[in-house]
Design a protein around this ligand. Sequence first.
Ligand code: 5GP
Length: 127
Amino acid sequence: MAYNYDDQNIFAKILRGEIPNNTVLETEHSLAFRDIAPQAPDHVLVIPKGAYVCFDHFALEASDAEIVDFTRAVGEVAKQLGVQPGESGAGYRLLSNAGDDGVQEVPHLHVHLVAGRPLGRMIQPAR
Ligand code: 5GP
């Protein structure tokens, strides 16, 4: 399938420097910044700099260098925030929404790294 990337999405504008962001980490192929509407004390979005709509697009079409860089960036953010699971009992949740059923608001791949409080169940049971 062909992925259609909309270069007017808000994260594309952040990457072009047209909109400010609160950067946590920048690497060759990735950018991590704080979510504008945090759901927890720490809520960081990690995005690739390349034009990828969602995780499967990235996983199927990104270069090995981009994938390694992105994966390492997620780890580095967890380290910088001090939320790596350990004796402190900290931890975090990674989440990447895709498409309509995933309720993806911004059509540029992003992983949410959420931490800083007990996060409850991952998905609410259907009613
Ligand atoms: P999604 O629902 O697509 O997985 O999540 C998109 C996320 O982007 C939301 O958590 C929303 O708060 C965040 N967001 C939307 N616009 C902006 C913005 O201009 N700056 C930042 N930092 N985050 C944004």
